[in-house]
Design a protein around this ligand. Sequence first.
Ligand code: SF4
Length: 335
Amino acid sequence: MGKGKAFSLLSGGLDSLLATRLIMDQGIEVTGLHFITPFFGYSKKGQEARFEERWMRLYGIQARIIDVSEEYFQVLRHPRYGYGRNFNPCIDCKIFLFSQAKALLEGEKADFLVSGEVLGQRPMSQRGDTLRIIERDSGTEGMLLRPLCAKNLKPTRPELEGLVDREKLLDLRGRSRKPQMKLAEEMGFGHYPSPAGGCFLTDPVLASRFRKIFDQSPVITTEEILLLQVGRHFQLPGGGRLVVGRRDEENQKLIKLRQKEDVLLKIQDIPGPLGLIRGKKEEDILSLAASIVARYSKAKEWNEVKVLYGQEVDNLSGGLLVKPAEDDQIAFLRF
Ligand code: SF4
């Protein structure tokens, strides 16, 4: 034991857990780095200790959760290798995350990095030439070990120096999940996450919202990105936006995400959605927003509905009477 020290990129998916354990099982001290941004992993924000304890309990892996949101917004704005099918800049994303890991490696004098990638598993980011580009551009050539497919790749420095026994590494290739599931069983993983990583940048609806906000705003904030993930969104005249919660859980999120200048709207005495306006709030805009909120309430067939509005959900002091909007009047405002 005590042979060396490594950092692994712990996405939280099965492959990264297995890769980490394969190297730990060779007596190397590995710390899993779990990078989060509002696009992936952000539900762990504020609960880092709980999730770190969970990885230790379930998989015996020591992990560190690191928020890289601010820097990530820059990556998303100008990805050198472009976007995938949606707003996902997978190659640049990996280059960025590997660069972050490399900086930690240098700061803490670790020997090498570990990643759970499998050659040929994903169309864009896990082809052989792409793996090499990611290494080159993140400056991790020779120090990035991919234990699940290492035998299909050139030996890395830790293998050449004898820190890691190459014979015990794997030669996986392609999309099959079976070998990973078998390995998980052998390692005693009772429960493990599904492979779909849960990155919002690959969600077509959310991706188009993100793209729009990146096109419109020179400065992006985490709160803005979190708001785009909640409810139905409408573009209002004058550049503002209305968000309408779809369930109580989303209404609660809107209350939490409300900023000082935002206005909340709610139908009087009838259970229904909460609306949030961000941006201009002239009277005609308020009326339009109120009619949209009414459209999604139980009073959508009524001729007239009273909508309350204000900044504090417990003190909606304004009120206006509106007719619920018709779908065809507001469809073009949806985004
Ligand atoms: S799916 Fe999302 S988290 Fe994964 S590499 Fe692509 S952009 Fe990054």
